[in-house]
Write a new protein. Structure first.
Length: 182
């Protein structure tokens, strides 16, 4: 299993084809809340619409020199009285699971949340049987806050999901020294 360096960048409308193909993979569908047969137009609209949501992709250049998107994630800030909260979403291509690409993308999302948006709380939902994803989130400070029993219908069977959250202190305020009056 070869791992290639990953480049993290903002998702673009032109990425919709690759993201649609990845979203429709059996492993992605099994481990997430995605429905089968997601149309490309839905992702094109979402990526082309100006919102406060932040979508990133992880892209590699494989041994053949072909650039491939292997991971996709989002940070979805909330509004009004929940403006300090963001929801995290993350998927990794079936053929590239376990190579650290999800970790790299999650770190980029956490950096954005912590150091640029000043979010205090991050939250996500994960299928209770997705042990690899749960371990990844726990390594980055998320905790299981609750279990929603029979929450997700997957292939005709109801499964549980976990609500996970990560809290951090309010960003500190730096005192800036000025050189004198204007």
């Amino acid at each position: 299993m070869t791992t290639f360096p990953i480049e993290i960048r903002a998702a673009e409308p032109a990425d919709a084809h690759a993201l649609t193909a990845m979203t429709n993979l059996p492993g992605v569908r099994h481990g997430t809340l995605q429905l089968p047969y997601v149309p490309q137009a839905r992702l094109e609209r979402r990526l082309a619409t100006e919102t406060d949501d932040h979508f990133l992709v992880g892209e590699i250049e494989d041994a053949d020199g072909v650039r491939r998107i292997v991971a996709h994630g989002g940070l979805l800030p909330r509004k009004r009285r929940r403006a300090h909260v963001g929801e995290v979403v993350l998927i990794v291509h079936d053929d590239h699971v376990g190579r650290g690409y999800g970790t790299s993308l999650l770190r980029a999302l956490l950096d954005l949340a912590d150091n640029w948006l000043g979010l205090r709380r991050l939250e996500l939902e994960v299928n209770a049987d997705n042990r690899a994803a749960i371990r990844l989130y726990e390594r980055h400070g998320f905790e299981v806050e609750g279990t929603k029993r029979g929450d997700v219908l997957r292939a005709g069977v109801l499964i549980d999901s976990h609500v996970m959250g990560r809290l951090r202190d309010t960003p500190r305020r730096d005192k800036i020294r000025t050189g004198g009056s204007i």
